[in-house]
Design a protein around this ligand. Structure first.
Ligand SMILES: Nc1ncnc2c1ncn2[C@@H]1O[C@H](COP(=O)(O)OP(=O)(O)OP(=O)(O)O)[C@@H](O)[C@H]1O
Length: 337
């Protein structure tokens, strides 16, 4: 299991806490200028023509704002958002129940759509394209299908694994938003906003330090902010910057913002596999974590930071990654690159 502090998925009481910090409009949504611009045009064009916006796929690592954007799409278009998720759709019947309950213009948000049952996919294709489904009644030779008209709706789906979606499904979205990790400057804005909403006034230098070590992820930035708030409560009279450093040390977040699992992955490649290449499943087994988590959560950030690279023969630690794991190799001697 990924370390509690840094894992990008929301946990326990955090869901309520996140609700309070969630930006409510596109204007309040920090960063991701490209996605914001694309969505603005798409939503405005639909409003001008008084129709439901096209189906939208939100792709990217956890904690970057996919759920937030889905809610914003509802608010900006003045439509109700109905919530479902891939793991909750285990049979075509589960999907039929969700779709048939929609009212005209609804936004249907399906989180983790890559985990939806294969048996529901065909039904979803038809629903997205023609706003109708065929319900099968009976079995074997006597089975018949009854067509059911649906209310026009907009599907907003989120995935951390867009590569796992079958292409007929991907093709049915009018627009795919690729969410990227946030720059430190954008995370500083997220943190300033959250700090003022939480009533934790932090000076700029403390916010800068926290943003730099939040793994490019607003959810992690907000979570670290809560831990810093706790630390300062328990240590009254301490400086805020000291609070940031001590809280992060306590929760095992290093100077580069890497957590225990990030470091375990780098360390394993660097030391056990002599820098790589190593295959994903071998790597996952060596660090005792699910291959999915390594691929969707750990790797994207290490790749973006230039610490790990994916090659056709497997994962390798880059010279910077090796250095982070305490091994120094001169790049010109590195035959793996
Ligand atoms: N652009 C942003 N500006 C301000 N806060 C943000 C932004 N994006 C995300 N957040 C904050 O980060 C938290 C996590 O965001 P959200 O739940 O939308 O992520 P997600 O990508 O849907 O994650 P998951 O895939 O795990 O559901 C939210 O509570 C929100 O407060």
């Amino acid at each position: 299991m990924t370390d509690d502090l840094i894992q990008p998925e929301a946990t326990g009481d955090e869901i309520a806490f996140e609700g309070a910090l969630r930006p409510g409009s596109l204007a309040e949504f920090v960063g991701q200028p490209k996605v914001r611009g694309q969505l603005e045009v798409l939503l405005r064009a639909a409003a001008l023509q008084d129709r439901s916006p096209d189906h939208i796929l939100l792709a990217g690592p956890p904690g970057l704002g996919k759920t937030t954007l889905a809610m914003i799409i509802g608010t900006e278009t003045g439509r109700a958002v109905r919530l479902s998720s891939g793991p909750a759709i285990q049979h075509a019947g589960d999907l039929a129940a969700v779709l048939s309950a929609l009212t005209p213009g609804d936004v249907l948000f399906v989180d983790e759509i890559h985990r939806m049952a294969r048996s529901a996919e065909e039904m979803l294709y038809l629903a997205m394209e023609d706003f109708r489904i065929d319900i099968m009644v009976g079995k074997g030779a006597g089975a018949t299908s009854i067509p059911l008209e649906l209310a026009p709706f907009t599907l907003v789906a989120a995935t951390t694994r867009s590569g796992m979606l079958p292409s007929p499904l991907r093709d049915r979205f009018g627009f795919t938003a690729h969410l990227e990790f946030y720059d430190p400057a954008d995370l500083e804005r997220v943190l300033h906003r959250s700090a003022s909403l939480l009533g934790v006034p932090l000076p700029d230098e403390a916010i800068v330090e926290l943003a730099r070590r939040s793994r490019g992820t607003p959810r992690i930035a907000n979570r670290l902010l809560r831990r810093v708030r706790d630390w300062l409560l328990v240590h009254p009279g301490s400086g805020e910057l000291e609070g940031v450093r001590e809280a992060l040390r306590l929760y095992d977040v290093d100077e580069a913002g890497l957590d225990r699992l990030d470091r375990a992955v780098l360390h394993t490649i660097a030391h056990r596999f002599r820098g790589g290449p190593v295959g994903l499943s071998t790597l996952a087994a060596s660090v005792g974590e699910e291959a999915d988590t390594i691929e969707a959560v750990v790797e994207p950030y290490l790749v973006r930071e230039g610490l790990l690279a994916r090659t056709p023969r497997g994962r390798i630690a880059t010279p910077e990654g090796l250095a982070h794991a305490g091994v120094v190799v001169h790049p010109t001697l590195d035959e793996r690159l």
